[in-house]
Structure formats: structure tokens, C-alpha cells
Design a protein around this ligand. Structure first.
Ligand code: C2E
Ligand code: MG
Ligand code: MG
Ligand code: MG
Length: 281
């Protein structure tokens, strides 16, 4: 808060309303996780150039009884500050594993990616809790991917590496999310047991008509491939962006062009429409 000449902290009415609004949001979040106000939506990911479905990213949605839809961009930072994020993550992991157990019967190759916050990564109990969930749901651990935001890793680089190795040791797949927006060094990235690099959508936007961003994305794809990683582009919205990504050798695309995040009947319809997987003789 700003301080007036008298030294008292003062807030504008709008600031005060925002502050109170956020406080009640935080206490509502406890109810949301305990009750049934959270939803897991899934956004499909597609192989390039062929377009086969390879899996989906799990995105949390909050249907607040009074406020209506609250965007994760709004409440995830609060959940992180207050520590409620571990409840949100646990709930999402549970939903993802339950869905994977259903999918395994007909589409065993599909994976689900869950977003993990830095705070989860630095929680000493995180690995063990996840191990218990895996045992409970009897899912092939390689079908579960965890997305870690690049910038978050640098808060505690050494602990992050250790935890990622523990998770990898459990058979999970790991991804670097929002790649290009953090400041990790090549030497550090090389130490991470990850198998996917997701190029942030800010680099994909306008890819078709800006040669500058094309050069940048080309470099990121080469970097990823040089480290033996699968490269996914986020936020693909146009055929022109897709064509450029194919020309640059990108492996997977995710974005509104392929599909919006899906839930309920729309998700089921997408799943039912998938071709039968080829079974080896
Ligand atoms: P993210 O992990 O980078 O997720 C991708 C975001 O881009 C999602 O927004 C998705 O709906 C949006 N998106 C996908 N395709 C397109 C597109 O073609 N164009 C545009 N403009 N946007 C697209 P969403 O669901 O609002 O999530 C925002 C961020 O909130 C996520 O970014 C992630 O960092 C965080 N988040 C979402 N769910 C969770 C969660 O369960 N746990 C944690 N820790 N974070 C989450
Ligand atoms: Mg993500
Ligand atoms: Mg991202
Ligand atoms: Mg665009």
C-alpha cells in the first residue's frame, strides 16, 4: 500500500475491494477443493505432421457459486501464496489418474499432463504422496506427465533437480512448460531428466508472418532436439502457424486450432471419435 504524508497506509476504494475480494477468494478456495466446484478440463495434443492424438493437458477450472467462472490465471497464484495449491494439485492428479485408468482399456498410449507448481516441487512430501496415488490407481506411470514451469525451477535449482530425479525414478514423464520465459542456463537444463519442452505460446503467436519469431522458434526446436527432447508448441491457433511449425520440425501441437480444452460430453465425444489404436500382432 502507498503511504500518505501522515505516514498512515491508505488504499483507494478499488484497491481495498480487490484486497477483500482476494481474501474471500482464498477462503472460498478451501471450500472449492473440499466440495465439487473444481473441474478438470483436458486440452488434446496432436502429433505433427500427421495429427494423431498423443494425449492431453489437464487444466483446472473453478465454477464459483457466486462469482461464476474464476480463471486459473487468477486463483493459482493465490493458491500458491496460501499453500492451498497442494490440495489443488492433489485433486488434479487424482482426477488425471482416474481418467487414465479409464482410457487404458481402449487408448493405452494416451498421456495426461498435469501442471505442477514450484511450491509442490519444494514440498518434501510431494513424491511420497504421488507414489501413493499411483499405487492406488494402478496406472502405467509413463502415461502421467508433470509440467514444470521453467521460471519456477530457478527458485531452488538444486532441490528442483533432486525432486525431478525422484519423480523420474518413479517412471513419470516430465515436461518443461512455458519454455523461453525463464532464465535457465543450458548447463542447468541438461541436468533435468525431462523428455518434453513446451514452447510458450507468446513465441507461437504470429509465427506465420514474423521472420524474427520464426528464427527464435527454429532455434528452440533445434535446442530441444539437440537435448533429445520432444518439442511441443503451445497456443497454436491458425493453419499458417501449424504449417510453419511443421516446416520447422516441431513434434507436437496444442492450441485452439487442434481443440479447445474439453470437459464432460464434449470430452467424451472427442475420445469416442479417436481411431482404434494399432495393436501389434
Ligand atoms: P499453461 O500450463 O501454459 O496452459 C495453457 C494455457 O493456454 C491454458 O490456459 C489454455 O486454455 C490456454 N490455451 C490453450 N490453447 C490456446 C490457444 O490456442 N490460444 C490461447 N490464447 N490460449 C490457449 P488456462 O487454462 O487459463 O491456464 C492458464 C495457466 O494456469 C496455465 O498455463 C497454468 O500455468 C496454470 N494452470 C492451469 N491449470 C493448472 C493446475 O491444475 N495447476 C497449476 N499449478 N497450474 C494450472
Ligand atoms: Mg501447462
Ligand atoms: Mg504453458
Ligand atoms: Mg496466434
Amino acid at each position: 500500500a502507498k503511504r500518505g504524508a501522515t505516514g498512515f497506509a491508505w488504499y483507494s476504494e478499488a484497491q481495498e475491494a480487490a484486497r477483500l475480494g482476494h481474501l474471500s477468494l482464498v477462503s472460498d478456495l478451501r471450500t472449492a477443493v473440499a466440495g465439487s466446484q473444481l473441474q478438470m478440463w483436458l486440452q488434446p495434443k496432436f502429433a505433427l505432421p500427421g495429427g494423431q492424438a498423443v494425449g492431453a493437458e489437464a487444466l483446472v477450472r473453478w465454477q464459483h457459486p457466486q462469482r461464476g467462472f474464476v480463471s486459473p490465471a487468477e486463483f493459482i497464484p493465490f493458491a500458491e501464496q496460501t499453500g492451498y495449491i497442494s490440495m489443488v494439485t492433489q485433486w488434479m492428479l487424482q482426477e488425471a489418474l482416474r481418467t487414465l485408468a479409464q482410457w487404458a482399456r481402449t487408448q493405452p498410449a494416451l498421456s495426461i499432463s498435469v501442471n505442477i507448481s514450484t511450491r509442490d516441487l519444494l514440498d518434501p512430501q510431494f513424491c511420497e504422496r504421488l507414489q501413493n496415488l499411483l499405487a492406488q490407481h494402478q496406472v502405467d506411470p509413463s502415461c502421467l506427465r508433470l509440467e514444470i514451469v521453467e521460471s519456477g525451477l530457478m527458485e531452488d535449482p538444486q532441490t528442483s533437480v533432486d525432486v525431478l530425479h525422484c519423480l523420474r525414478g518413479m517412471g513419470l514423464e516430465l515436461s518443461i512448460d512455458d519454455f523461453g520465459t525463464g532464465y535457465s542456463s543450458m548447463a542447468y537444463l541438461q541436468k533435468l531428466p525431462v523428455s518434453e519442452l513446451k514452447i510458450d505460446r507468446s513465441f507461437v503467436d504470429g509465427l506465420d508472418h514474423q521472420s524474427g519469431s520464426q528464427r527464435l522458434v527454429k532455434t528452440m526446436i533445434e535446442l530441444g532436439h539437440g537435448m533429445g527432447l520432444m518439442v511441443t508448441a503451445e497456443g497454436v491457433e491458425t493453419e499458417a502457424e501449424k504449417a510453419t511449425l511443421i516446416a520447422l520440425g516441431c513434434d507436437v501441437m496444442q492450441g485452439y486450432l487442434g481443440s479447445r480444452p474439453l470437459h464432460g460430453a464434449a470430452l467424451q465425444a472427442w475420445f469416442d471419435g479417436l481411431p482404434e489404436p494399432v495393436v501389434a500382432a
